[in-house]
Design a protein around this ligand. Structure first.
Ligand code: FES
Length: 106
């Protein structure tokens, strides 16, 4: 289990203990977190799992693969320096991660 915090646009916060072997995207979808769609199921093909990582949480992220980097240029909400695709983030390795949900995913 890894505790992941999802911050909604309203400022509301959802904290989820994501079961092992799941991505940050999957943890949200399994628990009905609005604001993460995950249309392609985690295949790095849709960009609807876009999140803004809260860098103040101090959790080190894995490097971004090329496919994620390219897809982030086509997301529905603007890419920022802290943008990531949550399907590419393994929750097990990211205990304490805080992500902010973008304005829209599609
Ligand atoms: S779920 Fe489709 S790119 Fe992440």
């Amino acid at each position: 289990m890894a505790k992941i915090t999802y911050v909604h646009l309203s400022g509301a916060v959802t904290v989820i203990d994501v079961p092992p072997n799941n991505s940050v995207m999957r943890g949200a979808v399994l628990n009905g977190v609005d604001g993460i769609v995950g249309e392609c199921g985690g295949g790095a093909m849709c960009g609807t799992c876009h999140v803004y990582v809260d860098e103040s949480c101090g959790v080190a992220l894995p490097p971004m693969r090329d496919v994620e980097d390219e897809l982030l240029y086509g997301t529905a909400s603007p890419r920022r320096a802290n943008s990531r695709l949550s399907c590419q983030l393994k929750a097990d390795e990211l205990e304490g991660l805080v992500v902010h949900l973008p304005e829209k995913q599609v």
